[in-house]
Design a protein around this ligand. Structure first.
Ligand code: GLN
Length: 446
């Protein structure tokens, strides 16, 4: 069914970079045999899933939507992919993204521009644009994305689907090609909150292969979907409804709060005073980490290698110059600058300190409230090409999602009305490792 639908719509949506049809059909027919038997079945038995192309899959091309990995076939599966096998999903293929997860529109992919299924002239968001568009267009039931500064929640909002960035450490990053290791998390994109909770259940947990994965129990997320939010205390940061946020996005959140009030919750306005520094802090830290993480793409070990280099240095230089796209180069330059001696204290170290202030803002609010609510994005999806020449406007897309990564807390985007025929998202942010409450609120609202 998935391949039939992909055949019908992917020419327009362009969500997939690689399909794994033969293997998927083989797995499916094995499952068909098992279906009639009383053998025990995995949590997500037979469910078709798409995987973002920065999550490694054994023997299945993984490019990060970069030319530098155009011929890279990994020799192992990421932990989340192993867990999907265990849950008995069927991997349909690999999904388009912004190159190395840097971007907010999928226009930074070296291969294709994924479109928003709601309006093919607009972007699906990014960087997990393929992951959100494939679910929204019915090509797959589930997908995995990654979120460093909003890359799951922003495309989920633009495409009218549900996307969760788990608490940092909830899901193993082993096998996720690193962008900014202290911020990256893999998370589920689905049509409903319940599906989302099932998928998170399947991929969560401590992993000896990732020392930043947390030794903390994984609760039964599905059981937390009780529909009951009586007495819940909601904080609404005034910074999330102020300047730069469109009237439609503001109004949709106020409407959502009315619904939540009817269900027995209460809300108050609060302040996250350091929010205004989040964007600058994020771009310094994420680019610094990226400049170090991307040093491994040297033309020797993986993927693309330039032809006829003069010597070893020339091989490095040319392979990287030809293999990386403009946005990736921009981040590497910014990150290398921020980490260089003489500038380190003024930029990188300072940004680390501001990150702590931002995290403290959240802790302060969470000492009194259960969840924080605001819009996921300042506006609905924009037109393809509209922001491509203006990196700063593009970066401003993530102004409401980035603080969540800096603080390491979980955040979900659920569909919340429309503006100009395009979906808007409601963002619900929770305490560290309290995805259960986030899901409970999202499910009650849905
Ligand atoms: N759009 C942001 C960026 O370009 C976030 C990306 C992400 O979360 N991977 O860095």
């Amino acid at each position: 069914e998935s391949y039939k639908r992909i055949g019908e719509v992917d020419e327009k949506v362009q969500a997939f970079l690689t399909l794994d049809e033969e293997k998927a059909r083989e797995t499916a027919s094995k499952m068909d045999e098992k279906l009639g038997s009383d053998e025990s079945k995995g949590l997500l038995f037979g469910m078709p899933i798409g995987v973002k192309d920065n999550i490694v899959t054994k023997g299945l091309r993984t490019t990060c939507a970069s030319k530098i990995l155009e011929n890279f076939d990994p020799i192992y599966d990421a932990t989340v992919v192993q867990k999907l096998h265990h849950a008995e999903t069927i991997t349909i293929g690999k999904l388009n993204m912004d190159e190395f997860a840097m971007g907010s529109s999928n226009e930074n992919s070296a291969y294709k521009k994924t479109r928003n299924p709601w309006n093919l002239e607009t972007v699906p968001g990014g960087s997990s644009g393929g992951s959100a568009a494939s679910v929204a267009s019915g090509e797959v039931l589930f997908s995995l994305g990654s979120d460093t500064g909003g890359s799951i929640r922003q495309p989920a909002a633009f495409c009218g689907v549900v996307g969760l960035k788990p608490t940092y450490g909830r899901v193993s990053r082993f096998g996720l090609v690193a962008f900014a290791s202290s911020l990256d998390q893999i998370g589920p994109i689905t049509r409903t909150v319940e599906d989302n909770a099932y998928l998170l259940q399947a991929i969560s947990g401590l992993d000896p292969m990732d020392s930043t994965s947390a030794k903390i129990d994984v609760p039964n997320f599905v059981q937390s979907l009780t529909g009951d939010i009586k007495g819940l205390k909601i904080a609404v940061p005034k910074e999330y409804l102020g300047e730069g946020v469109s009237e439609e996005a503001r109004q949709s959140v106020l409407d959502a709060l009315k619904v939540l009030e009817k269900l027995g919750a209460t809300w108050e306005e609060v302040s996250l005073p350091h929010s205004k520094y989040a964007l600058a802090t994020y771009y310094l830290l994420s680019s610094s980490e990226a400049s170090a993480n991307l040093a491994r793409f040297d033309g020797v070990r993986y993927g693309y290698r330039t032809e006829n280099p003069k010597n070893l240095l020339d091989l490095y230089k040319k392979s990287r110059a030809e293999g990386f796209g403009d946005e990736v180069k921009r981040r590497i330059m910014l990150g290398t600058f921020a980490l260089s001696s003489g500038y380190y204290d003024a930029y990188y170290k300072k940004a680390q300190k501001v990150r702590t202030l931002i995290k403290n803002d959240f802790e302060e609010v969470f000492s009194k409230y259960d969840v924080i609510i605001g819009p996921t994005t300042p506006t609905p999806a924009f037109k393809i090409g509209e922001n491509i020449d203006d990196p700063l406007t593009m970066y401003a897309n993530d102004i409401l999602t980035i603080p969540v990564n800096l603080a390491g807390v979980p955040g979900i985007s659920v569909p919340c009305g429309f503006a100009n025929g395009l979906p808007l998202g409601l963002q619900i942010i929770g305490k560290h490792f309290d995805e259960s409450t986030v899901y409970r609120v999202a499910h009650a609202f849905e």
